[in-house]
Design a protein around this ligand. Structure first.
Ligand SMILES: *Cc1c(COP(=O)(O)O)cnc(C)c1O
Length: 239
């Protein structure tokens, strides 16, 4: 079992994050229950996940399949079956088969090739994957994801992939010392979602996964339905 002080620390930090999320939602007339919190547990041990679970947190995100799978298996062995796992990091095409698993949502489908591979592997495994399409709204060369223009062109083909259930969009804003400066990125993702909804009304496009420790309140004000928060819950990561 995790030690008591660490459990209390995580519970208190979670509580603080939830209150800030609710306040941000209420500022713009949204219901706090319309925004789901994914606790990003990458680099943190299963004990910390267990502590957060005890405090009522059920959605957890990891960015590397090499770290996610051992945690999924260890959690199953410990009877922590209530956890909903989210894959939030880039997937190599060669590793696409490892993304077929008991995952609630894959946030990081960032290019056509990986979408096709995942769909093929899902069909072979006789399942359908819930996914988000990752968008590089800011256009930074270092960021993964479709450009908005690319996505508008390819969305029809992506929607036709039989192994994928596309639920919406995801983005990562660049880190800004002034979080307010991320607002245009989140507005851009929401506008893109509206455009896709208009052009492809049969698609679902419901989820907007945006906002991290530094900027989640701004993202919620701009319509995030999922925020991915790590360090505000578990503390700063080393590297
Ligand atoms: C690490 C990570 C997060 C969480 O970052 P924090 O700043 O610790 O909240 C969110 N999304 C993705 C894709 C990440 O890799």
């Amino acid at each position: 079992m995790p030690d008591v002080t660490r459990t209390e620390e995580i519970a208190a930090r979670l509580n603080e994050v939830r209150m800030r999320m609710a306040a941000a939602a209420q500022r713009v007339g949204r219901r706090p229950s319309d925004v789901r919190l994914v606790a990003v547990s990458k680099t943190y041990p299963l004990e910390d996940i267990e502590a957060a679970l005890a405090a009522g947190q059920v959605d957890f995100g990891e960015n590397r399949l090499e770290e996610l799978w051992p945690k999924v298996k260890a959690a199953q062995e410990r009877g922590l079956g209530a956890i909903r796992w989210h894959m939030i990091g880039a997937i190599q095409s060669r590793k696409s088969r490892d993304a077929i698993g008991p995952f609630a949502l894959i946030h990081s489908v960032d290019r056509v090739k990986i979408a096709q591979r995942l769909s093929r592997d899902a069909v072979a495994a006789n399942c359908v994957l819930n996914v988000l399409l990752e968008v590089n709204v800011s256009g930074e060369a270092s960021k993964h994801g479709f450009t908005p223009g690319e996505l508008l062109v390819t969305a029809g083909d992506l929607l036709a992939l039989p192994g994928l259930h596309i639920c919406g969009l995801m983005t990562m804003a660049p880190f800004e010392v002034e979080p307010e400066r991320t607002r245009p990125v989140f507005q851009g993702l929401r506008r893109l979602r509206d455009e896709l909804t208009a052009r492809h009304p049969k698609g679902e496009w419901r989820e907007l996964s945006m906002g991290m420790t530094n900027d989640f309140e701004i993202a919620i004000e701009e319509g995030a339905t999922i925020v991915r928060i790590g360090s505000a819950i578990f503390g700063p990561r080393n590297g």
